[in-house]
Design a protein around this ligand. Structure first.
Ligand code: NAD
Ligand code: UDP
Length: 347
């Protein structure tokens, strides 16, 4: 029986709530801190219903130093998964300081509390956006990194900040060095098979899948497809969509790695993707066919800052974490619709 406690920041959000399920099913004790800025506590109630297990919840901000110190002094945290942050690219261009404060500063405060408590196992939510405009595909973890907007830059800064930590361990001859997994997600879609938890953007969706589901359910008139003249299979943008349950299982595998004898020595980055590139038109067609619903769309200009294509080589995650994506495109579109059609207005 495994009952180590895992601290999950941002655990009420989309990826966090799905990850809580995998952790609870693997018999970890789960402690969530979330300020509910982009989520609802209802997601955690549903996680408890799905798993039949309790989640401890603290409503609070990861940037609150006193609170983070208290959490680490009152609990023995075996590992922390840090999801909390802001994630909208367009918004990050309009309010970069909020993004650096929320994303970089939260990670700084979290790591200070972790170091103070000598609890130094961390899984960090990074993103494929750290590869910038990729020159070679599929992307492997050692390809050049760059940022094209403040959101991406915040992830890059955090990755670099975390890479400094093991260096400090060496200088201090630390007997309990940092072990950090940087998980670079490709494009998460889908929902838990129950259809009771899923992605629930508080504003007009920026991402493709919630825009498709909200159009199909009648909340939006039509989908705008950004760009039809890319050098891709049908001119529309190509991405590596990954089912959120596969992604959540990747976090469980990363935690298990950190807590194993064969832990990560320092910082290691892992791509979490399927390795398959899917175009926007292919996604819309699959969604409409599998779910037998209409998704009205129009072709419009490219969205500034978008790249033509982006997909992962996830070999390292397979070799070192024993993880690979197993869910199909059909699972992704079916489960996304199952969630949205059962919860037309979200939580
Ligand atoms: P989400 O918005 O659903 O979840 C983030 C959660 O963090 C929310 O519940 C929010 O209320 C909380 N939060 C934000 N700032 C906080 C703070 N300072 N203190 C406490 N709680 C705070 O987003 P998500 O899609 O689940 O993404 C989780 C992480 O994964 C984010 O760091 C995001 O940048 C990263 N990521 C997401 C995607 C994606 O497409 N969804 C892709 C790559 C990386
Ligand atoms: N996209 C689109 N219409 C939308 C939202 C997204 O055509 O309303 C396209 C976008 O141009 C990209 C793909 O869908 O080619 C995935 O975009 P998303 O914002 O979901 O993820 P990104 O890869 O940009 O992080």
């Amino acid at each position: 029986m495994n009952n180590s406690t895992i601290l999950v920041t941002g655990g009420a959000g989309y990826i966090g709530s799905h990850t809580c399920i995998e952790l609870l099913n693997a018999n970890y004790t789960v402690l969530v801190i979330d300020n509910l800025d982009n989520s609802s506590e209802e997601s955690l109630k549903r996680v408890e219903k799905i798993t039949g297990k309790a989640v401890s919840f603290i409503k609070g901000d990861v940037r609150d130093k006193a609170l983070m110190d208290r959490i680490f002094s009152e609990n023995t945290i075996a590992a922390t998964i840090h999801f909390a942050g802001l994630k909208a690219v367009g918004e990050s261009c309009a309010m970069p300081l909020e993004y650096y404060d929320n994303n970089v500063n939260s990670t700084l405060v979290l790591c200070q509390a972790m170091e103070k408590a000598n609890s130094k196992n961390l899984v960090f939510s990074s993103s494929a956006t750290v590869y910038g405009d990729p020159e070679i595909l599929p992307l492997t973890e050692d390809m050049p990194l760059s940022a094209t907007n403040p959101y991406g830059r915040s992830k890059l800064i955090i990755e670099e900040m975390l890479r400094d930590l093991p260096e400090s361990d060496k200088l201090k001859n630390s007997t309990n060095p940092w072990s950090v997994a940087l998980l670079r997600y490709f494009n998460p879609v889908g929902a838990h098979e129950s259809g009771t938890i899923g992605e629930d953007p508080s504003d007009i969706p920026n991402n493709l899948m919630p825009f498709i589901t909200q159009t199909a359910v009648g909340r939006r008139k039509e989908l705008s497809i950004f760009g039809s003249d890319y050098d891709t299979v049908d001119g529309t943008g190509v991405r590596d969509y990954i089912h959120v349950v596969d992604l959540a299982r990747g976090h469980l595998k990363a935690v298990q790695k950190l807590l194993s004898k064969d832990s990560i020595n320092g910082v290691q980055a892992y791509n979490l993707g399927t390795g398959n590139g899917i175009s926007v038109l292919q996604m819309v067609k699959a969604f409409a066919e599998v779910n037998r619903v209409d998704v009205p769309y129009k072709l419009v200009d490219r969205r500034p800052g978008d790249v033509a294509a982006c997909y992962a080589d996830a070999t390292r995650a397979k070799e070192e974490l024993d993880w690979e994506a197993v869910m199909s495109l059909e699972d992704m579109v079916k489960d996304s619709w199952n969630w949205q059609s059962q919860n037309p207005e979200g939580y």
